[in-house]
Design a protein around this ligand. Structure first.
Ligand code: AMP
Length: 190
């Protein structure tokens, strides 16, 4: 079983690459952002709660997010492994994920991080906002807040996985295909 955290700041290309890599490696792709958006669209209780935070570019509280992630994993009990995209985003989430997988007798094989300079990310997000229908991609203030959340709460996870010897940085600048190939080189070794 291969369990991979695909990591990187907003706009790094995690969703695009996870969609390509899940096919290649027969893994289940769980994007917590996509699950929240699905719930918002269907006006579930979880969606209503998450929307308040997402609209501002703030992180959704850990407890809600962790429970949701666990439920998504449980729904795919026969999976060959997972690509976690957009999770974990805080140290508490990372600790909860490790404990949850340990209970199942498995582990994270690696955090694979897409490394992209911030000015390029803002450009990509504004471009994506023109077609994605995502309100958090169209407002530069909200984008800045998402980076602030990333820099203050999420970026520390690099050290968390480095301490486990599980961090793999990949250059996230270039064509989609080149980046997929770079990621695949790392996935192959995990
Ligand atoms: P994303 O699609 O990964 O860019 O996530 C969009 C938004 O969903 C984020 O700005 C957060 O508000 C929320 N979100 C997604 N994943 C998480 C997470 N692991 N923890 C907290 N909030 C999250």
């Amino acid at each position: 079983m291969k369990n991979i955290v695909l990591f990187g700041p907003p706009g790094a290309g995690k969703g695009t690459q996870a969609t390509l890599l899940k096919e290649k490696y027969n893994l289940v792709h769980i994007s917590t952002g996509d699950v929240f958006r699905f719930n918002i669209k269907n006006q579930t209780e979880l969606g209503l709660l998450a929307k308040k935070y997402m609209d501002e570019g703030d992180l959704v509280p850990d407890e809600v997010t962790i429970n949701m992630l666990k439920a998504e994993v449980e729904k795919n009990a026969d999976a060959n492994g997972f690509i976690f995209d957009g999770f974990p985003r805080t140290e508490s989430q990372a600790i909860a994920l490790d404990a949850f997988l340990t209970e199942k007798g498995v582990q994270i094989n690696g955090m694979v991080a897409l490394e992209v300079p911030e000015d390029l990310l803002v450009e990509r997000l504004l471009e994506r906002g023109k077609t994605s229908g995502r309100t958090d991609d169209t407002d530069e203030g909200k984008i800045r807040n998402r980076f602030n959340e990333y820099n203050t709460k999420t970026a520390v996870l690099k050290e968390y996985y480095q301490a486990q010897g599980n961090y793999y940085g990949v250059n996230g600048v270039g064509s989609i295909e080149d980046i997929t190939n770079r990621l695949a080189d790392v996935f192959d070794k995990l």
